[in-house]
Design a protein around this ligand. Structure first.
Ligand code: AMP
Ligand code: ZN
Length: 672
C-alpha cells in the first residue's frame, strides 16, 4: 500500500469504528457484529503500528488506556459541583413544588431524570476534544482522572457534528452495568480479592486506579445530565434543549428522560420507575426533578448547598421478611470459608431470592441469628441480597443460636483467623477437597493456563478417582492412559484432546503460570506485574516483602501473601516439579548487555505501557548504557520510546518535532 492509501485507510477505519462505538455504547443499536468490529480494530491497530506517524489521538485503539497516574492532580471546579436536596416522601415533594410555584407562578415545566447510582464527573471539552475529567471531590475541588475517563467507551474523546461551543463543561454520572459488576466481582472473589459491595463502589474504585489499562478492562459507562458554559442562557433556553443538543454532539444521554408539565405527571414518572427500575441494566436510587427553563432556574437560585430548582426523590430500598432455613458454609480455593443463608424463597425487587450472603462470622454475631429466625432481607444497591435484621417478635422459642463452625465443613480441620481479618480460613490446603479441586480448576481456567479439552467437571472426576491431587499431577496424567480409559464418559478422542491441551499449556508464558498458581490476592494483572518486574520465579521467590511492595500498585497485603506462599516448602516442591516438566518460569527476552556506553550522548523519553519491561526497568537500562532521560519533549530529545498505548499528546508533539519514535524491541536492539 502507498503511504497516502494507508492514511486514507486509517482515516476511514477510525471514522467507521468510532461510529460503531457510538452506535453500540451510546445508542445501544449496534449495526456490525463483534467479530467484524474486532477484525477492523485489529487492522487499524496494525496499520497504526506500522505507521505511527498517522496515529490519530482520537483513534478507537486509544480507548484501551495505558497512561499511568502516580498521583491525581487536584483541580478546582469552575462551577462548584453541588449536591441535590433529597426526599423519600411524596409530601415533601409537594412542598418543593409549592415553593417553586410561589416564585414562578404556574407556568413552568419539570424535566424528570433517573438518578443514576454512580459517581459524578465533570468533563471539559475544548474545540470538540475531551481535555479534562475531574471527580466531584468535595464539590469545590476534585481529582483529575482524565486518562481513566478516556477509556470509557461511551465518552467521546472527540465530538460528532458541529455546533458545539468552543469551550464547555458537561457533568454526568460514571457507573458500571450490573452484568459487568457481577462478572468482575466473581473474578475478584476467585482470586481471593475482596469483592466490591455494589456497582457504585466498583465504579468509584475503578475511576481512581493508577493504571488506565486496568480501567479499560473494567467496562464503565457514563450518562451526561448537566451542561455548563459561559453564555449558556443565550445558546439554550432550557435544560431539555441542552440535553438534546449534547445528545447530537455524541454524548450518552439517558433515553428515559421526560418533560413533565404537571406535578401529577412527575408522580406518574416516579411510580412507573419504582417497579421498572429492576429491569434496567444499571442501578438507580431515585428520580431527579429539575425545573426546565434556565431563566426560571436563575430566578430560584441556590441555597448554600444545593439548587432550589431541583430535588431528588429517592426510592426506599425494598425489604421483605422471610424465614432462615439454614446456613451453609462454602470453602473457596484459597480456603476462605463464607457463610451463606438459605432462605424460604421470597419475591424481592423483581426476583426470587433464595440465598443471602452473611459475609463472615462477625455478621452472624452482629445479627444474633437463630435457627428458623424471621429475617428482613434487603436488595438495595447490592446485587446479592443481604440480611439486615431479625424480627425478634417472631423468634421461635428454644431455637439455638447459629454457631459459626470451628472446623472446616469440608475436611474437619480447625479453622484459623488472622489478626485483623474477618474471614476464617481452612489451613488444610493440601487435604481439603474443595481447595484442591478449586486450585486445579483455577489453574486450567481460560485466564490462566487455558487448557483445552478439560473442564471443571473433569477436574472433579479426576480428583475423585485419585488421578490428580495437585497441579503437577496434570502433567503425569499421560502415564495413566489405561486408567483414564476406564473412566465413564471418557472417549478415546476426549482423552487425546485433554492430554494434547495439557501438553500445549507448557508454552503458556510465565505471567499466566504465575497467575495459575493461585496465590491469594494475585489476580491476572498483579501476576503480570510481578512477572515483568522480577523476570524469573527464582527472583520472586527470593524477593523480600519490601522489594515486592515496591512494584507499582502492589501493596503490603499482596506482598506478604506472596512471601508467605513461597515460604512454604510444599509450594517450592510443587514449583520444582512444574519446572522439571518445562513450564515457563521466566520472561523470555532477547539477550542484552547490562551496561555499556552504547547510548552515550543519546536522550530518551519513555511513554506508555510495555510488554516485557516496566518503565523503571527501561529507565535503568537506558541509564546503565550511558543514555540520559529527559522529562519533556523538546528538540533536544533523540528518541521517544513508545509503549503500547502512550499518551496521544506526547505522540503528536514528538511527531511535530520529527523525533524518532521507537519501540521497546527497538531499544533492546540498540543495546544488543
Ligand atoms: P446526593 O449524592 O444524594 O446528594 O445526590 C446528588 C448526586 O446525584 C449528584 O451529585 C449526582 O452525582 C447524582 N445524580 C445521579 N443522577 C443524576 C441526574 N440525572 N441529575 C443530577 N444528578 C444526578
Ligand atoms: Zn478444609
Amino acid at each position: 500500500m502507498q503511504k497516502s492509501d494507508v492514511l486514507q485507510r486509517i482515516t476511514t477505519l477510525t471514522r467507521e469504528l468510532n461510529e460503531h462505538n457510538y452506535k453500540y455504547y451510546v445508542l445501544a443499536q449496534p449495526s456490525i457484529s463483534d467479530f467484524d468490529f474486532d477484525k477492523k480494530l485489529a487492522e487499524l491497530a496494525s496499520l497504526e503500528e506500522a505507521y505511527p506517524e498517522f496515529l490519530d489521538p482520537d483513534s478507537p485503539t486509544q480507548k484501551v488506556g495505558g497512561d499511568i497516574t502516580k498521583q491525581f492532580k487536584t483541580v478546582r471546579h469552575k462551577w462548584p459541583m453541588l449536591s441535590l436536596s433529597n426526599t423519600y416522601s411524596e409530601e415533601e415533594l409537594r412542598e418543593f413544588d409549592e415553593r417553586v410555584r410561589k416564585v414562578l407562578g404556574d407556568h413552568f415545566e419539570y424535566v424528570c431524570e433517573l438518578k443514576f447510582d454512580g459517581l459524578s464527573i465533570s468533563l471539559t471539552y475544548e474545540n470538540g476534544l475531551l481535555t479534562r475529567a475531574v471527580t466531584r471531590g468535595d464539590g469545590s475541588q476534585g481529582d483529575e482522572v482524565t486518562a481513566n475517563v478516556r477509556t470509557i467507551k461511551s465518552v467521546p474523546n472527540r465530538l460528532k457534528n458541529d455546533g458545539y461551543p468552543a469551550l464547555f463543561e458537561i457533568r454526568g454520572e460514571v457507573f458500571m452495568h450490573q452484568a459487568a459488576f457481577e462478572r468482575l466481582n466473581r473474578e475478584r472473589q476467585e482470586n481471593g480479592e475482596i469483592p466490591y459491595a455494589n456497582p457504585r463502589n466498583f465504579a468509584a474504585g475503578t475511576i481512581k486506579l493508577q493504571d488506565s489499562a486496568e480501567v479499560a478492562r473494567r467496562p464503565l459507562d457514563c450518562f451526561l445530565y448537566f451542561l455548563y458554559m459561559d453564555g449558556r442562557d443565550r445558546a439554550f433556553k432550557t435544560h431539555w434543549d441542552s440535553l438534546n443538543a449534547v445528545k447530537s454532539w455524541g454524548f450518552h444521554v439517558c433515553e428515559h428522560t421526560k418533560l413533565c408539565h404537571t406535578l401529577a405527571e412527575v408522580f406518574q414518572f416516579i411510580a412507573y420507575w419504582e417497579n421498572e427500575r429492576y429491569r434496567l441494566t444499571y442501578d438507580i436510587d431515585g428520580i431527579v426533578i429539575k425545573v426546565n427553563s434556565y431563566a426560571q432556574q436563575d430566578e430560584l437560585g441556590f441555597t448554600a448547598k444545593s439548587p432550589r430548582w431541583a430535588i431528588a426523590y429517592k426510592y426506599k430500598a425494598e425489604e421483605v421478611e422471610t424465614i432462615l432455613k439454614s446456613v451453609s458454609y462454602q470453602v473457596g480455593r484459597t480456603g476462605a470459608v463464607t457463610p451463606v443463608a438459605n432462605l424460604e424463597p421470597v419475591q424481592l425487587s423483581g426476583t426470587t431470592v433464595k440465598r443471602a450472603t452473611l459475609h463472615n462470622a462477625n455478621e452472624i454475631t452482629r445479627l444474633d441469628l437463630h435457627e428458623l429466625d424471621t429475617v428482613s432481607v434487603e436488595k438495595g444497591g447490592e446485587i446479592i441480597p443481604k440480611i439486615i435484621g431479625v424480627n425478634m417478635e417472631k423468634r421461635v422459642p428454644e431455637t439455638s443460636k447459629i454457631q459459626y463452625p470451628t472446623h472446616c465443613p469440608a475436611c474437619g480441620t480447625l479453622l484459623i483467623r488472622k489478626a485483623g481479618e474477618a474471614v476464617h480460613y481452612c489451613p488444610n490446603e493440601l487435604g481439603c477437597p474443595p481447595q484442591i479441586v478449586g486450585k486445579i480448576q483455577h489453574f486450567i481456567s481460560r485466564k490462566a493456563m487455558d487448557i483445552e479439552g478439560m473442564g471443571n467437571e473433569t477436574v472433579e472426576v479426576l480428583y475423585k478417582k485419585g488421578l490428580i491431587k495437585q497441579i503437577s499431577d496434570l502433567y503425569s496424567l499421560k502415564e495413566h492412559k489405561d486408567r483414564l480409559e476406564q473412566l465413564e464418559r471418557f472417549g478415546e478422542k476426549s482423552i487425546q484432546n485433554m492430554l494434547h491441551g495439557i501438553e500445549k499449556s507448557k508454552e503458556k508464558p510465565f505471567p499466566k503460570v504465575l497467575f495459575g498458581l493461585g496465590i491469594r490476592y494475585v489476580g491476572e494483572t498483579i501476576a503480570r506485574k510481578l512477572a515483568n518486574s522480577f523476570k524469573t520465579i527464582d527472583a520472586l521467590i527470593h524477593a523480600t516483602c519490601e522489594e515486592i511492595a515496591a512494584v507499582e500498585e502492589i501493596g503490603e497485603r499482596i506482598a506478604s501473601s506472596v512471601t508467605e506462599y513461597f515460604s512454604k516448602e510444599i509450594h517450592l516442591q510443587q514449583i520444582a516439579v512444574l519446572k522439571s516438566v518445562a513450564l515457563q518460569f521466566s520472561i523470555v527476552e532477547e539477550d542484552r548487555v547490562l551496561s555499556s556506553d552504547k547510548l552515550a550522548n543519546k536522550t530518551f523519553i519513555i511513554s506508555g505501557v510495555f510488554e516485557n519491561h516496566s518503565r523503571e526497568e527501561l529507565t535503568q537500562l537506558i541509564v546503565a548504557n550511558g543514555g540520559k532521560m529527559l522529562s519533556s519533549i523538546s528538540n533536544k530529545l533523540n528518541y521517544l520510546v513508545a509503549g503500547d498505548k502512550m499518551g496521544p499528546s506526547k505522540l503528536t508533539k514528538a511527531q511535530k518535532l520529527n523525533i524518532p519514535i521507537i519501540s521497546e524491541a527497538d531499544l533492546i536492539k540498540m543495546l544488543a
